[in-house]
Design a protein around this ligand. Structure first.
Ligand SMILES: NC(=O)C1=CN([C@@H]2O[C@H](COP(=O)(O)OP(=O)(O)OC[C@H]3O[C@@H](n4cnc5c(N)ncnc54)[C@H](O)[C@@H]3O)[C@@H](O)[C@H]2O)[C@@H](O)CC1
Ligand SMILES: Nc1ncnc2c1ncn2[C@@H]1O[C@H](COP(=O)(O)OP(=O)(O)O)[C@@H](O)[C@H]1O
Length: 305
């Protein structure tokens, strides 16, 4: 049986617009502990997307790196400086957060013990956490008491996490779609976490076996950094619904699929590819983040395409 497609209409129902009783805190505070000396750009992309997907406040907390951590290029700005330059609205340092994004732009091989402990504390907290890229390996072994988690692996990361061969979880094809759905649902059940497997079709599974499809997305999305944008946007949506997420175990998988639909809608606008079949023009991850507000308006029906 095919998993249901998460439609634009269903996604729009979860895009929460502010009302007169809102303030920046009530609208949702998202914290990002992402990026590194090696990958400062990933921090910028996630922060940008978190703002552009409707957060009331975005906090950025640089991870602690060993003194020997090397940037990819000597003299490259540290992630916090890059975030500040790109988005001065961002609030730096710790404070109350309704949801977290961790792992984007980090390499587990370079992680310090102090950083691992700080990330495990978030994973064992109460605020929902988007677990991306270099933090995915921390999920195994945190125990059964943990925050609502949404893991966002690409196919290579999924294969490592699920301890499967890449061929089993790699490229999208209709023939093995059902097997891939089953593999994503199995991992979600095993880890007690929502799993969002990125690809042309993004597959989202809840621990209780619900699987939703978003896409196929515009193939222009297959570009470095767009996953960092997705993680930031998903963090924003989780922060906006954080209280409901703690009460309703079915919500994270729907928010994950909503983030994927919003992300694709932004990429289609940026690329000039409304049908999502590869018409239009090349885009960058930053273009996708910049188009999130227009995609939001399009989904909630405030503007024509
Ligand atoms: N501007 C930036 O700072 C950017 C930083 N990035 C960060 O770079 C780090 C490394 O991420 P990567 O994904 O490149 O490397 P990884 O080391 O996680 O995975 C790449 C390996 O997985 C395999 N693979 C299989 N299926 C794949 C798929 N569908 N997509 C990608 N790889 C697949 C590749 O062949 C390759 O061997 C992450 O922390 C990521 O967040 C990237 O997001 C790119 C942009
Ligand atoms: N062929 C494709 N068609 C449409 N979208 C794709 C395709 N391949 C990848 N994507 C999307 O592009 C994004 C890539 O994310 P990811 O692999 O994490 O990249 P990065 O780590 O460089 O940010 C995901 O949202 C994924 O769903």
């Amino acid at each position: 049986m095919n998993a249901p497609a998460w439609t634009r209409e269903r996604a729009a129902e979860l895009l929460r617009s502010p009302g007169p009783g809102d303030d920046k805190y009530r609208r949702g505070v998202v914290g990002l502990r992402t990026g590194s000396a090696r990958y400062p750009g990933a921090a910028v992309l996630g922060v940008e997307a978190a703002w552009r997907a409707g957060s009331g406040m975005v906090r950025y907390v640089p991870g602690s790196e060993s003194p020997g951590a090397r940037s990819a290029v000597p003299g490259l700005a540290a992630p916090a400086a890059a975030v500040l330059a790109a988005r001065p609205e961002t609030v730096f340092g710790t404070g109350r957060c309704d949801a977290w994004v961790i792992g984007s732009g980090t390499d587990p091989a370079l992680r310090t013990a102090a950083e691992a402990a700080a990330l495990r504390a978030l994973l064992r907290g109460t605020a929902p956490v988007v677990v991306d890229a270099g933090a995915l390996d921390l999920v195994r072994g945190i125990g059964s008491e943990h925050a609502p988690l949404v893991l966002t692996p690409h196919a290579g990361e999924f294969a490592r996490l699920a301890e499967r061969g890449a061929a089993e979880s790699g490229r999208d094809s209709a023939a093995d779609g059902a097997a891939r759905d089953a593999a994503v649902a199995e991992l979600a059940a095993e880890l007690g976490a929502t799993v969002l497997l990125k690809g042309s079709v993004t597959r989202c599974a809840s621990p209780n076996g619900e699987v939703l499809h978003a896409g196929p997305a515009t193939p222009w999305l297959a570009s470095a950094g767009t996953g960092d944008v997705l993680a930031g946007a998903l963090g924003a949506l989780l922060a906006q619904h954080a209280e409901a997420v703690r009460a309703d175990a079915a919500l994270p998988v729907r928010l994950a699929a909503t983030a994927a639909v919003l992300h694709d809608a932004a990429a289609r606008i940026a690329a000039g590819d409304p049908e999502g079949r590869g018409a239009g023009r090349p885009i960058t991850a930053r273009d996708v983040a910049d188009a999130l507000p227009a995609a939001w308006a399009e989904l909630v029906g405030r503007v024509e395409r």
